[in-house]
Design a protein around this ligand. Structure first.
Ligand code: NAD
Length: 480
């Protein structure tokens, strides 16, 4: 059985504990590799390496750092097939999704920040007749990057690319549920000429190695993406240590459909925004609000199309949904279907596990699920499910739907479908969200701020926001 290893000081190494955790393949439900069960000693070893590397990396010219990051991005591209297969196998997502979204987007994240750093500038503020302020932006030092399982390499790179570009050294931890592509990345970084100790990748559980990263006094900032509860714990632990924090957390995003929308375009995109990656994208719209005039038409067509989506093993090129990420996650999602029924909801399609044939009979497959008849404020409509489950709810007016859309503790993203431009802007202005898509979904411009409000997080990733997060501003005043 293959054993993954930590990547510390430019070398792959065993965990200090000598222990390993099972890594399951969601498509088959079988263990297919072992992950280091790292602990505080491994974090210390990585911090020691990062401390040595920091003067080299932080003082290297932006041009040189940029060249290394471009090579890193090209290194992933050159191994596209291997990365794509690894991501799909580790996560359960259709191979085609890993090939078209996850890995190409990870490549472009590295490329984007490799070049963005060449254009990053800081401010100066002139005081007429008095003097001038200029602001230096220095790297923070050693930073911790902790990422989730849903878009493993893609979200990992979304953090480490800007952190590296800005001149920081990194202690990074991918999710223990999907460690494989982060494991491959160590070698690619080394081949790209990354000095030893700059990028350290540790594997293991959140409450052990993740916690040790958050608590280490020499790790000055934590960039975290994951669940809101974990984010809360990290904030409680790191805030008294005055660490800089970026928290990208859960969501319960509304997808608001007005009766004047382009119906066909909306329908095509809503299938994706509901069920892409088995509904396990933080930006998926899980609460669909439809204006009453088109509610029945929407319901009929949507339920029919969802019922026809192929759930299949990830290597099947026709698969629209693969396996969900783990057994426990599958059970959690199914428990929400039961809850929805208890709360008075009607399952219009799905709501069940799919029994596949050998060798996939123990895999974690769920039918995409549509539920109606629930009140906007029941638990099913308020809590994050993070799986292939959506609810549909009719509405009459803008005011009604805004109230329902804004009723959760979350505020990550919102999708709006309407041909009325004024209404689109009005609604975009009023919804509680960090990201709004009008007549579209998941269109990505790497320069834009990415993140949520309320319990969906603190801070923003993307573009200059990320480079600002990973640098510390220092103002210098010079008297005339
Ligand atoms: P999670 O919070 O369980 O784990 C995320 C990461 O944190 C993992 O690497 C885990 O090992 C680590 N971790 C867990 N406990 C920790 C601790 N005490 N200290 C330090 N690290 C710890 O989340 P998950 O189940 O992997 O991911 C799903 C969640 O992520 C969903 O809530 C989803 O909405 C959210 N998410 C948010 C965004 C966003 O951009 N806002 C993007 C993707 C996923």
């Amino acid at each position: 059985m293959e054993r993954l290893r930590n990547f510390i000081n430019g070398e792959y190494c065993e965990p200090s504990t000598g222990e390993y955790i099972d890594n399951f393949e969601p498509a088959t439900g079988k263990v297919y590799s072992l992950i280091p069960n790292s602990g505080a000693k491994d974090v210390q070893k990585a911090v020691d390496a990062a401390e040595k590397a920091y003067p080299i990396w932080s003082k290297m010219s932006n041009e040189k750092r940029s060249q290394i990051l471009v090579k890193l991005s090209e290194g992933i591209e050159a191994r596209m097939d291997e990365f794509t297969k690894a991501e799909s196998r580790d996560n359960g997502k259709p191979l085609s999704l890993a090939a078209h979204v996850d890995i190409p987007r990870a490549v472009s994240n590295f490329h984007f920040f490799a070049t963005a750093i060449l254009h990053f500038a800081s401010e100066s503020h002139n005081m007429e007749g008095v003097g001038v302020n200029y602001t230096l932006r220095k790297p923070i030092g050693i930073v911790g990057c902790i990422s989730p399982w849903n878009l493993p390499l893609y979200l990992f790179s979304w953090k480490i690319a800007p952190a590296l570009a800005a001149g920081n050294c990194i202690i990074a931890k991918p999710s223990e549920v999907t460690p494989y592509t982060a494991y491959l990345l160590g070698q690619v970084a080394k081949d790209a000429g990354m000095p030893d100790g700059v990028l350290n990748i540790l594997h293991g559980e959140g409450h052990t190695v993740g916690d040790a990263i958050v608590k280490h006094p020499k790790i000055k900032a934590i960039s975290f993406t994951g669940g809101t509860k974990t984010g809360e714990y990290i904030a409680r632990t790191a805030a008294p240590m005055f660490k800089k924090l970026s928290l990208e957390l859960g969501g319960k995003n509304p997808n608001i459909i007005f009766d004047d929308c382009d119906f066909d375009e909306m329908m095509k995109t809503t299938l994706l925004s509901s069920f892409a990656n088995q509904g396990q994208i933080c930006l998926c719209g899980s609460r669909i609000f439809i204006q009453r005039g088109i509610y029945e038409k929407f319901k009929e067509e949507f339920v029919e199309k969802v019922g026809a989506l192929l759930v299949a093993e990830p290597n099947n090129p026709k698969a629209k949904l693969g396996a969900v990420v783990s057994k426990s996650h599958m059970e959690k999602v199914l428990s929400y279907v039961d809850l929805a029924k208890e709360e008075g909801g009607t399952v219009l399609t799905g709501g069940v596990q799919v029994q596949m044939e050998a060798p996939f009979e123990d895999g974690y497959y769920l039918r995409p699920t549509v539920i109606e008849g629930l009140s906007y404020d029941c638990r099913t409509n308020q809590e994050e499910i993070f799986g292939p489950v959506v609810t549909i709810t009719p509405f009459d007016t803008e005011e009604d739907v805004l109230m329902m859309a804004n009723s959760t503790v979350y505020g990550l993203s919102t999708t709006l479908w309407t041909s009325d431009l004024k209404r689109a802007h009005r609604m975009a202005n009023e919804v509680h969200a960090g990201i709004v898509w009008i007549n579209s979904w998941l269109v990505r411009d790497l320069r834009t701020p990415f993140g949520g409000v309320k319990a969906s997080g603190v801070g923003r990733e993307g573009g200059w926001e990320a480079l600002r997060f990973f640098t510390e501003p220092k103002n210098v005043f010079v008297k005339y």
